[in-house]
Design a protein around this ligand. Structure first.
Ligand SMILES: Nc1ncnc2c1ncn2[C@@H]1O[C@H](COP(=O)(O)OP(=O)(O)O)[C@@H](O)[C@H]1O
Ligand SMILES: [Mg+2]
Length: 255
């Protein structure tokens, strides 16, 4: 599967847990793949993997095994569709201890090699501001911050953006507001964070879109299927197809 153009790498992150990073990552990946792109999902939650759980996959080899054994990373990819792959992570590994500088540089070369076979690599991170979260955010072309209208989510997103911009020289953040009651609430949440980031960090945050609080997402998580596949007409699915279109525009900006 040779490719000519460099892939677009994106990291889906949040600070706070439970705001929908993993659900959005896998469904967004499907939306992009549906539009014809070759897409890789990377489970960047290296200590408490959950992409595989959400998709009900049976995992044989993980990122950890690739790092430990030097095995071919492409052989660890599980294909959901011919153009949609998943690179799974391990569960129950204390990643903060194990992801040392040597691992970080190996992880960088593994992800660069493997991503070159795809048009997009979407990396779902752990919650918090631990070393792997900061690493993935520093590695990618684009940082997507997922937040909900909940004030704690806003505060955590601000803290994450502050660290990434101040200590890791990241400047381009794209915001997705999830679990919103309306597009208006999503936009308002974006504007609140945007104003604070402008005032205190001198950053212009980009608005990528709003995903509504939608029962079909919850049902899909329980049933271990993709809502975008089984309920493509749902409000959440429509929002994700729109997000996929905007992400395609980011690709045009990158290449
Ligand atoms: N748009 C949404 N509408 C309804 N429920 C959602 C939505 N997004 C996420 N959820 C629910 O929130 C919970 C956490 O989602 P998850 O993707 O695991 O978050 P994270 O990866 O950020 O921890 C799941 O139970 C999921 O069903
Ligand atoms: Mg998650």
């Amino acid at each position: 599967m040779p490719t000519k153009k460099a892939p677009v790498t994106l990291c889906i992150t949040s600070g706070k847990g439970g705001v929908g990073k993993t659900s959005l990552t896998v469904n967004l990946a499907f939306a992009l793949a549906e539009k014809g792109a070759r897409v890789l999902i990377v489970d960047g939650d290296l200590g408490l993997a959950n992409v595989d759980v959400l998709l009900g996959l049976s995992v044989k080899r993980t990122i950890r095994d690739v790092l430990d054994s030097g095995a071919d990373p492409l052989e660890s990819v599980i294909y959901l569709e011919p153009n949609l792959g998943v690179l799974p992570a391990s569960s129950g590994v204390p990643e903060m201890v194990t992801l040392g500088p040597e691992d970080q540089s190996r992880l960088g070369s593994v992800l660069t090699t493997i991503s070159s076979h795809f048009d997009y690599a979407l990396m779902d991170t752990a919650a918090g501001i631990g070393p792997s979260v900061l690493w993935f955010n520093s590695f990618v072309n684009h940082n997507i911050i997922v937040l909900s209208p909940d004030p704690a989510s806003l505060t955590d997103s601000y803290a994450l953006i502050k660290i990434l911009s101040r200590d890791h020289n990241r400047k381009n953040f794209h915001l997705v507001i999830n679990l919103a009651n309306s597009d208006g609430e999503g936009l308002q949440t974006y504007e609140t964070l945007e104003k604070v980031a402008k005032k205190f960090l001198n950053l212009d945050l980009q608005y990528l879109g709003t995903v509504p609080d939608d029962k079909s997402v919850h049902k899909a998580v329980r049933g271990r299927y993709l809502f975008i596949q089984k309920a493509p007409q749902s409000k959440a699915s429509q929002a994700l197809f729109d997000l996929a279109d905007r992400i395609k525009m980011l690709k045009e900006m990158t290449s």
